[in-house]
Design a protein around this ligand. Structure first.
Ligand SMILES: [Fe+2]
Ligand SMILES: [Fe+2]
Ligand SMILES: [Fe+2]
Length: 295
């Protein structure tokens, strides 16, 4: 039996109640996927939960300050802690899929929503009830999902946009003139763009691990090819160049951790775009110029 929204859970504001109902729907969806042991559906539900919670918290904080709720400041800190807790639990479940971990996770989700999110919000009820139930704060342009959309609806709406948008546009000028290296650089950019595609589909967190593991493998292939080539041509700055490659590998694991713990796949996207496009157009271009000068 899934969670059911009851009148006692109403905080006296339609927008907040409606968000809470939607969060309950997502949690029920997550529980169903947990029971069916369907990891991809579960990751989709958890991704939606994490994204929707962020939107909901932002909306709720605006309404709380607008109605003069005395602890509006504290609400933000408490929301931050809730998001961290949720993302940590998702991360832990990702690491071990045992029956007891699944059982604990289902209990944690319910507790997370009912005991912390909604019960804490009920403290705002007296402040919210001084305003009509329809009270809301304008300018919610940053909120992408409306409370009544199902994950499937959110998904289908995003498809057209995702299909027509690339995060990195590979240009002829980005080529350094060595066909195999240019080809590999394009594949790396293509993989980063795939991650962006999943983010736009609302599946960024679920896609993070498989996409980055493909990128990681391919980066190794690319660095091995490139470093072999630098050796062959006797490139004088080879050591410094190899150091840059090693540094990326190290930095990547920190950025990925940060992205996962913050529940924000865009952190890793921004980093990847900056690093790769910078490296290709600076240091890789330098050895290409050296090679051209020798031939
Ligand atoms: Fe809430
Ligand atoms: Fe390169
Ligand atoms: Fe390089």
């Amino acid at each position: 039996m899934g969670l059911v929204w009851r009148e006692q859970l109403s905080v006296g504001n339609d927008a907040i109640d409606s968000d809470h109902k939607h969060l309950i729907e997502i949690i029920n969806l997550a529980e169903q996927s947990l029971k069916a042991k369907n990891p991809s559906d579960l990751m989709f539900a958890l991704d939606s939960l994490s994204n929707y919670s962020k939107e909901h918290f932002a909306r709720e904080e605006k309404i709380a300050s607008a109605v003069g709720y005395a602890h509006a400041q504290k609400l933000h800190l408490s929301h931050d802690a809730l998001l961290t807790k949720l993302n940590q639990a998702i991360q832990e479940l990702n690491e071990k899929w045992t029956d007891s971990a699944i059982e604990n996770f289902a209990a944690l989700l319910r507790d997370w929503l009912v005991n912390h999110v909604i019960k804490e919000d009920l403290l705002m009820k007296p402040a919210l009830e001084k305003y009509p139930p329809g009270f809301t704060v304008k300018d919610e342009s940053s909120t992408k999902n409306t409370p009544h959309q199902t994950p499937a609806e959110i998904n289908s709406k995003n498809i057209g946009f995702a299909m027509s948008n690339l995060y990195i546009h590979w240009k002829k000028e980005d080529e350094i003139g060595i066909p195999i290296i240019d080809e590999q650089h394009r594949i790396i950019v293509g993989t980063i763009n795939s991650l962006f595609f999943f983010i736009q589909m609302g599946r960024g967190l679920a896609a993070l691990r498989p996409t980055l593991s493909a990128l990681d493998q391919y980066t190794k292939i690319h660095f091995e090819s490139e470093e072999g080539l630098l050796k062959q041509i006797g490139y004088p700055d080879i050591d410094a160049h190899i150091q840059l490659h090693r540094k990326l590998v190290k930095e990547m694991s920190n950025v990925v951790q940060e992205s996962i713990s913050q529940g924000d796949p865009t952190i890793v996207m921004t980093f990847l775009k900056g690093w790769w496009m910078g490296h290709i157009n600076q240091e890789d271009r330098e050895y290409a110029a050296y090679l051209a000068s020798k031939s």
